[in-house]
Design a protein around this ligand. Structure first.
Ligand SMILES: Cc1cc2nc3c(=O)[nH]c(=O)nc-3n(C[C@H](O)[C@H](O)[C@H](O)COP(=O)(O)OP(=O)(O)OC[C@H]3O[C@@H](n4cnc5c(N)ncnc54)[C@H](O)[C@@H]3O)c2cc1C
Length: 482
C-alpha cells in the first residue's frame, strides 16, 4: 500500500479531456498534479492498433467538422502536428447500395428511399408530428434508416459540429495514430523523451476504485490499494464507466448527479477490420463507402474500403452499432468472420477470397469504457447536461459527455477538458483569495490577549463551516459538510 504527499489535483483518466484539463492546470502554475490512468497507455478512445500491415484506429477515426467559419481545434492540432489525413466523401454511399443478390439499387430508387427516410426522421424529431413518421420496412429503407440514425447526418438534425466547424470529415491515416495529437498536447507539460512519457506524475495501469471527499480534500483509492490525496479531483472517465459500479463515491453522489448520469444514452459503435489477400471491390471515385441492405436492420450495413487511406492494404471495414455491436462482441471472432464473409459473398459473389485476418474491438465489454460515446436522448434538456458536468464538492467532471455542443466527438472531449481545467482554476483562485482574506481578518484577532485556542479555534471552525456550506449547498456537498 502506497501513500504519497498530497497534491493539488488528481486527474482520473488520460484521454483527451483529462490531458487537456491537466495541461490547463500545468500551464497556469498548478504543476503538482497526478494523472491516474487505468490502461497501459494514454489516449482512451483514441487508440491505434497495428493490423494487417498498417495502423488502424479502433476508436475515433475521423476529424469531424472541418472547413467551416470557425476552426475545429482538433483540426488545428492535426495540422500543427503534420498528421496525415484523407478526405471522406460520403455523398456517394447512397448510390452504392447492394441488395442480397449483389445488385446495386437504381439511383432513382435509392434517392426516393433516402428522401422518405429523411422526411420521416424530421417528422419524428418534430414534437407536433411524431405520429406521421413512417417505419422502415424494406431492406433498403432499413439500411437508409440505419445510416440516418446510427451515423451523424446533418440533413436530419442540425449538428453543432457541422454547423460550427464545417461539414467536411477527414479520416486519420497516419502510422503514429490519432493519439499522436495527445502526445503533442502532453509534451509541453509532462517530461517526455523519444516520444515516451517519463514523468512520474502520470501513473498508468492504475485503476481508481474509490473517491472519498470531505470538506478538506479528496482521497482516491486504487485497485492495487494505493491511496492518493489531493485538494481536488477531475474525473474524466466515460459515461459508461460512470453508469457502472467501477468507482464508488463516499459520500454517495447526490441524486441530481446520479439521475443526469443515468439519463444519458451510450452508443456502441464497432469498426470491424478484415484483411484480404487482394481486393475484389470497386475502388474508383465515389466507391469508398458502400451499403448492404438486409432484412435485419444494421446487419453489416455500412462498409468502407481502406484503399484511399492505405493504398495496397487490401482491407475492408464494416461498422456495426448498438445491439449488433453487443451481439458480435459476445461471439468469437471466427463466427463474426463467417457472418461478414457471407455478406461479402452476397454482394460480390461466391468466388471472393477468404479473409486472412479479422480485428473486432470490444468497447462495450471494456470495463474502462462500457460503450463508445455518449448520445443525448431526444428528451435531454440543458439541465441534464449541466448536471452531468457540474462539480460535486471537490470533484470536477469532464469528458466528451459533458460537452453540450460537441458530445461524442474528440473535439468535444478536448473542449470539455479545457473548460473544466479553467473552472477548477477559478475555484482554486477563489479559495486562495478567501484564505488570504481570512488571514487578514484573523491576524488582528490573534493579537488580542485572550485564551488563544478558544478564540481562534471557534472562529476558524465556524468560518470554515459557513464557507463550505455557501459554496456547495446547491451542488450536493451538503452530505459532507453538515
Ligand atoms: C469506436 C469509436 C469511434 C469513434 N469515432 C469518432 C470519430 O470518428 N470522430 C470523433 O471525433 N470522435 C469519435 N469517437 C469519440 C471519441 O473517441 C471520444 O469522444 C473521445 O476520445 C473521448 O475522450 P474522453 O477524454 O472524454 O474519454 P476517454 O478517451 O474515454 O478517456 C477516459 C480515460 O479514463 C480511463 N479510465 C476509465 N476508468 C478509469 C478508472 N477507474 N481509473 C483510471 N482511469 C480510468 C480510460 O481508460 C480512458 O483512458 C469514437 C469513439 C469510439 C469508441
Amino acid at each position: 500500500m502506497e501513500s504519497r504527499n498530497r497534491c493539488s489535483v488528481i486527474i482520473i483518466g488520460a484521454g483527451i479531456s483529462g490531458i487537456a484539463a491537466a495541461r490547463v492546470l500545468a500551464k497556469n502554475g498548478v504543476e503538482d498534479i497526478l494523472i491516474l490512468e487505468a490502461s497501459e497507455c494514454i489516449g482512451g478512445r483514441m487508440k491505434k492498433h497495428s493490423f494487417g500491415g498498417v495502423v488502424v484506429e479502433l476508436g475515433a477515426g475521423w476529424i469531424a467538422g472541418v472547413g467551416g467559419e470557425k476552426p475545429n481545434p482538433v483540426w488545428n492540432l492535426a495540422v500543427e502536428s503534420g498528421l496525415r489525413t484523407c478526405y471522406s466523401d460520403y455523398s456517394n454511399a447512397r448510390f452504392n447500395i447492394y441488395d442480397r443478390s449483389g445488385n446495386i439499387y437504381p439511383s432513382g430508387v435509392a434517392s426516393d428511399a433516402y428522401k422518405k427516410g429523411v422526411d420521416s426522421a424530421i417528422r419524428k424529431l418534430r414534437e407536433d408530428e411524431p405520429h406521421n413518421a413512417t417505419t422502415p420496412e424494406t431492406p433498403i429503407e432499413k439500411a437508409i434508416d440505419f445510416i440516418l440514425h446510427d451515423f451523424e447526418m446533418a440533413e436530419v438534425e442540425p449538428i453543432s459540429t457541422y454547423v460550427d466547424f464545417g461539414e467536411s470529415e477527414f479520416l486519420v491515416a497516419d502510422e503514429r495514430g490519432y493519439e499522436y495529437l495527445l502526445y503533442k498536447v502532453t509534451e509541453d507539460f509532462l517530461l517526455m523523451s523519444d516520444g515516451k512519457i517519463l514523468d512520474d506524475r502520470l501513473k498508468l495501469n492504475t485503476v481508481v476504485r474509490g473517491i472519498n471527499q470531505s470538506t478538506d480534500g479528496v482521497t482516491v483509492t486504487t485497485e492495487g490499494g494505493c491511496v492518493y490525496e489531493a485538494n481536488y479531483v477531475i474525473l474524466s472517465v466515460s459515461i459508461g464507466v460512470l453508469q457502472s459500479q467501477l468507482i464508488s463515491f463516499n459520500p454517495r453522489l447526490p441524486r441530481w448527479k446520479i439521475e443526469a448520469i443515468e439519463k444519458c444514452d451510450i452508443m456502441v459503435y464497432t469498426k470491424i477490420f478484415l484483411k484480404f489477400p487482394y481486393k475484389f471491390w470497386p475502388c474508383g471515385p465515389g466507391k469508398e463507402f458502400f451499403i448492404y441492405a438486409h432484412e435485419q436492420r444494421g446487419y453489416y450495413t455500412f462498409w468502407q474500403h481502406m484503399e484511399n487511406a492505405y493504398p495496397g492494404s487490401n482491407m475492408l471495414v464494416v461498422t456495426l452499432t448498438n445491439e449488433e455491436s453487443k451481439r458480435v462482441e459476445s461471439q468469437s471472432d471466427q463466427e463474426t468472420m463467417k457472418e461478414a464473409m457471407g455478406v461479402l459473398r452476397d454482394i460480390f459473389g461466391p468466388d471472393i477470397p477468404e479473409a486472412l485476418d479479422i480485428l473486432v474491438p470490444r468497447w462495450y465489454n471494456n470495463p474502462y469504457q462500457r460503450g463508445s460515446y455518449s448520445n443525448y436522448p431526444i428528451y435531454a434538456d440543458s439541465q441534464m447536461v449541466e448536471n452531468m458536468k457540474a462539480p460535486v464538492g471537490r470533484i470536477f467532471f469532464t469528458g466528451e459527455h459533458t460537452s453540450e455542443k460537441f458530445n461524442g466527438y474528440v473535439h468535444g472531449g478536448y473542449l470539455a477538458g479545457l473548460d473544466t481545467g479553467e473552472s477548477l482554476l477559478e475555484k482554486m483562485k477563489a479559495e486562495k483569495d478567501r484564505e488570504t482574506k481570512n488571514k487578514t481578518i484573523l491576524q488582528p484577532l490573534l493579537a488580542i490577549p485572550l485564551p488563544k485556542t478558544e478564540v481562534v479555534g471557534s472562529l476558524q471552525k465556524c468560518d470554515m463551516h459557513r464557507r463550505h456550506f455557501h459554496d456547495d449547498c446547491n451542488r450536493g456537498l451538503t452530505e459532507v459538510t453538515l
